[in-house]
Design a binder for this molecule. Structure first.
Ligand SMILES: *Cc1c(COP(=O)(O)O)cnc(C)c1O
Length: 387
């Protein structure tokens, strides 16, 4: 079956009743009829569930759907996107290893790499998203993993998955891709040779800002190590969150199609606006990596970034002038969201540090929602008038 169908049709085994939708398994542990059944479950001789920190039917259903959508061999769901990233690092990297990443990555991921990995003797270094030819020279004898996002948050840089996977193969490295911004209905990194794919399910996967979740899918032998790490350290996804997320996946394809259609319309309309010095959207030919974007993505996704001519002050004015768009830290919601990294998520950095990661003072990130596109555009246009 097509993965889109699987995202709708995969269901956990039901027990006695035959509900059309899948029941929610809110239980911390599972029962056995007798000592022999219980022994067999603990000996891994059966697939029976034991305890919800290890496995749970609601969580398994969500994981199976993500595995199908990404074309992976196996998966492991976690409480949040950050715990999925952390588990992939801790399970697969050890003292003396080097992690190669990109300067344009999610803020908390950067903090995790910079502040915590060195405590465990794990080295790291970054390649600039603007210098795609630097990857090979940055590989060290002890490099074990390449970790990237594409498109990147918040700069919307696109990294060539095919090219990086060839490098990973040549040097026997694990290619680990945060696919949060694209989602599997827009981009499947495994098709281009990635070994692991990570999602913050909190974003487009849920798509309605209701729960936190994370998932990592990919090669079976790598997932087994990540699963073993999670089983012993406890970043388990809640069955309730999994049930919500599994339901969300049934509409992922249609939602993303509309998010991307709205985003492309907004990007096209705003690209030459006099208050905007540059605008980035992966599927606009003006995007510096447009050729790579159309090679590896089905659409441009739901995020549009632009820089206000008026810089930092205009960024604040823009946010203050919005009447409908939400000012909130999340993205990937039915409700359109505006954010201004220079005065919020990246306010602690110096101007120079921000520029090093392509965060200009007037940068605005719009997570385009599912409201009527005319209403989203009207709100942005009237706020631009005030800048
Ligand atoms: C939000 C986000 C994360 C972290 O996910 P949480 O679910 O908030 O832990 C990781 N990567 C990217 C690209 C994100 O946008």
């Amino acid at each position: 079956m097509n993965p889109i169908t699987q995202a709708i049709r995969i269901q956990t085994d039901r027990t006695n009743e035959m509900e059309h939708s899948t029941p929610l398994f809110l239980t911390s542990s599972f029962c056995y009829d007798n000592a022999e059944e219980m022994r067999a479950a603990f000996a891994d001789e059966t697939d029976d569930n034991i305890y919800s920190r290890f496995s749970n039917p609601s969580v398994q259903e969500f994981t199976d759907k993500m595995v199908a959508l990404e074309g992976a061999e196996a998966g492991c769901s976690t409480a949040s996107g950050m715990s999925a990233i952390f588990a992939s690092f801790m399970a697969l990297l050890k003292k003396g290893d080097h992690l190669l990443s990109c300067n344009s990555i999610f803020g908390s991921t950067h903090t995790m790499i910079k502040k915590y990995l060195p405590n465990y003797g794990i080295e790291y270094s970054y390649v600039s998203a603007d210098h795609p030819d630097d990857w090979e020279a940055a590989i060290r004898p002890n490099t074990k993993m390449i970790y990237i996002e594409t498109p990147t948050n918040p700069g919307l840089a696109i990294i060539d998955l095919e090219k990086l996977s060839k490098l990973a193969k040549k040097y026997n490295l694990i290619l680990n891709v945060d696919n949060c911004f694209a989602t599997p209905v827009c981009q499947r990194p495994i098709d281009f040779g990635a070994h692991l794919v990570i999602h913050s399910a909190t974003k487009w996967i849920d798509g309605q800002g209701r729960v936190l979740g994370g998932v990592v899918v990919g090669k079976k032998e790598l997932i087994e190590d990540i699963f073993a790490f999670c089983r012993s350290t406890g970043p388990a996804m809640s069955p309730f969150s999994a049930w919500v997320l599994s339901k969300s996946l049934e509409t992922l394809d249609v939602r993303m199609e509309r998010h991307a259609k709205n985003a492309l319309h907004i990007a096209t309309t705003l690209q030459h606006h006099p208050k905007i010095s540059f605008l980035k959207y992966p599927f606009l030919p003006s995007h510096p990596q447009y050729e790579i974007a159309i090679k590896q993505m089905q659409n441009g996704g739901g995020i549009v970034c632009f820089n206000l001519v008026g810089g930092l002050e205009s960024g604040r004015t823009f946010l203050n002038s919005l009447k409908m768009l939400s000012l909130t830290a999340n993205l990937g919601d039915t409700r359109s969201i505006a954010s201004h990294p220079a005065s919020t998520t990246h306010a602690k950095l110096t101007e120079e540090e921000r520029l090093a990661t392509n965060i200009t003072s007037g940068l605005i990130r719009i997570s385009v929602g599912l409201e009527h596109v005319d209403d989203i555009l009207a709100d942005i246009l009237q706020a631009l008038e005030q800048c």
